[in-house]
Design a binder for this molecule. Structure first.
Ligand SMILES: [Zn+2]
Length: 381
């Protein structure tokens, strides 16, 4: 049982709504063993209630997996951050998909709360998903690589990791991105570390200002929050991308070697973990991200590398020019027979290079299909 304080409800707090402006929605604790975001949002709403700064638009904090938060576990039957696929949501809305399961009920409630907020939004929508990690290490943001998400994340003083969403299916962040929101996931540090609560509070407070709900001059804490996050993330590259994911299944008996932190540098061939097949060594020199030090979870670890500023500028130019429309003309590329936004890419040539080219153009890899790589354009670039 985790102490989440007074009776925890779906809506942690809500304020504003009198003056038109952006909508900022924060979800905390979509993983029930990550209550730091809940504590941080309570503190932030209490502060806003005391100080009553003039707010444009609306700010809402929602609790994610209430049942799992009460039990202090990541989830009960299903990971609530892997169930936001369009097919599942359609079925859920029609009452078809096993709505008896605990996570299906949580999802339906959360969906109704989100629908109601998005339905009355009068300005741009910003969505923050607050997480913590089983490993220690510096806080960081995860975004789907669209120019709007990048611009928003770059205004916040934390490292930005690209490409996680490409590795995961059914994340809430991606679902709301497809519904038109500017989205950002934030990993604030280790689950139980008091500093994780502080990082979440600082990040959510600054995001509220950067989204346009508040002027920083009305937030006495803003400068201290910036300095705090800058100090907590010093020395980490500004933008990184995922290069490799090590998936795990429960029967693998996966065990990370002790002592790895987020963004720790590793050499090619270095021992990272073991499972029942033996040793798992790093396939390349890179930085370890999200090493798994808890029982539940299907990502053993990720490897990331810094992204060069030139690459970021180049992809901005290419997308602004709309060059992604020419992608079907590239050799080995054809349109998907049924999905208008998707392409099939023959990956025989150079898999990593092919993926990089499509990233530049604002596509994301969905999966491999019939020996081809299926990529899709995001709704926003
Ligand atoms: Zn999480």
């Amino acid at each position: 049982m985790i102490d989440t304080g007074p009776a925890l409800r779906r809506v942690i707090g809500a304020c504003g709504g009198e003056t038109p402006g952006p909508l900022v929605v924060c979800v905390a604790g979509i993983h029930g063993n990550e209550p730091a975001g809940v504590h941080a949002l309570r503190r932030l709403f209490a502060m806003l209630a005391r100080q009553r700064p003039p707010l444009r638009g609306r700010f809402v904090g929602l609790a994610g997996n209430l049942g799992a938060l009460h039990a202090g576990i990541r989830y009960r039957d299903e990971d609530l951050n892997r169930v936001w696929t369009p097919e599942r949501i359609d079925a859920l809305r029609r009452g078809e998909h096993g709505t008896q399961g605990p996570e299906a009920r949580e999802q339906l409630e959360l969906l109704e709360a989100l629908d109601s907020e998005l339905g009355r939004a009068e300005g741009p929508v910003h969505f923050l998903d607050l997480h913590t990690t089983s490993a220690a290490g510096q806080p960081f943001a995860c975004i789907g690589d669209t120019l709007r998400n990048r611009d928003f994340a770059l205004r916040l003083p934390v490292p930005i990791l690209l490409g996680i969403e490409e590795q995961l299916d059914g994340a809430l962040l991606e679902y709301l991105g497809e519904r038109g929101a500017v989205t950002l996931g934030f990993e604030a540090g280790q689950h139980a570390a008091p500093s994780s609560v502080e990082h979440h509070e600082a990040l959510a407070g600054l995001a509220l200002a950067e989204a346009g709900c508040l002027d920083e001059s009305h937030l006495p804490e803003a400068q201290a929050w910036r300095r705090h996050l800058e100090a907590a993330t010093a020395g980490t590259p500004r933008v990184l991308e995922i290069r490799h994911r090590h998936p795990v299944a429960p029967e693998d008996g996966f065990h990370m070697e002790p002592g790895f932190r987020n963004f720790q540098r590793v050499r090619r061939g270095q021992l990272l973990a073991r499972d029942r097949r033996g040793e798992i060594r790093s396939p390349e020199s890179a930085m370890v991200v999200l090493p798994l030090y808890q029982k539940k979870g299907d990502d053993g670890f990720f490897l990331a590398r810094p992204v060069r500023p030139l690459w970021l500028r180049l992809s901005r130019v290419l997308r602004r020019l709309g060059l992604e429309r020419l992608a079907p003309l590239l050799p080995g590329v054809r349109r998907h027979p049924t999905r208008a936004e998707a392409l099939l890419v023959e990956t025989g040539v150079a898999r990593f290079l092919a993926r990089q080219v499509f990233h530049l153009l604002g596509y994301r890899k969905l999966r491999s299909e019939h020996g081809c790589m299926l990529v899709a354009r995001r709704r926003e670039h």
